[in-house]
Design a protein around this ligand. Sequence first.
Ligand code: SF4
Length: 170
Amino acid sequence: MPQTSLTRPPLLVSACLLGQPVRYDGQAKAQPDATLAMLARHFELIPVCPESMGGLPTPRPPAEIVGGSGAQVLAGAAIVRDATGADVTAPFVAGARDALAIARQRQCGHALLKALSPSCGNHEHYDGSFGGVLRPGQGVAAAFLAEAGVRVWNESEIDALIRTAGVPGA
Ligand code: SF4
């Protein structure tokens, strides 16, 4: 029997993964059409871009977490700095709060977020040196969502996400 939107669980998704040109460079990171179609069969897709929601423009300078990971930013023990040297911690935290508010409003138990982003990365992010060095840890929004109990996945984990939370047989 075909699934309807009423039966698909809600899934918070990084807007850039869905093709919205909201990244710092004004581009998207759209997943292949077949992947997006598969996701849409299994979930009600709810796009969010924490950096845009926090008030940052597009395009914008790239930013990295300095002195820790997302959890430390939320605890006031690390900051987010952009490539010009500006402290952009406040909009990153504001965007994380907005993303969680939408997750709660839409009752999202899972989120599919863009890997390696200082907002959305769920396992690693760049280390603040702007030298292309990764360190383990979550981005600011990913950490905020995870602390609130939302399970956060990235685009290389879509198959596991679908097996875990998708509509069976969709
Ligand atoms: S904040 Fe997240 S959704 Fe927005 S552009 Fe960066 S990775 Fe994509």
